[in-house]
Design a protein. Structure first.
Length: 77
């Protein structure tokens, strides 16, 4: 998984003026599609992100409503 970015910004539509941005970092795990799983510091926001930047949100707990982000932007170190 060395070829994947270390972290991404996931941009979600917010009901206020500015969009909600969450930074997620690559974990050692891979998702069902074989791509790395990324999560935020709390472990609540989790996503599998493909080599083409396609995002599949993953539930981290029960009763969670998953929303797809508007964009996934790779962060450079």
């Amino acid at each position: 998984m060395e070829d994947y970015p270390e972290s991404y910004e996931l941009v979600f539509q917010a009901s206020v003026v500015e969009d909600d941005v969450v930074v997620v970092r690559r974990t050692e795990r891979a998702g069902a599609g074989g791509y790395p799983i990324y999560e935020d510091e709390s472990g609540i926001v989790r996503a599998e992100i493909s080599d083409r930047g396609e995002v599949r949100m993953l539930a981290s707990g029960g009763h969670q409503v998953l929303r797809a982000p508007l964009a996934a932007r790779p962060l450079t170190p």
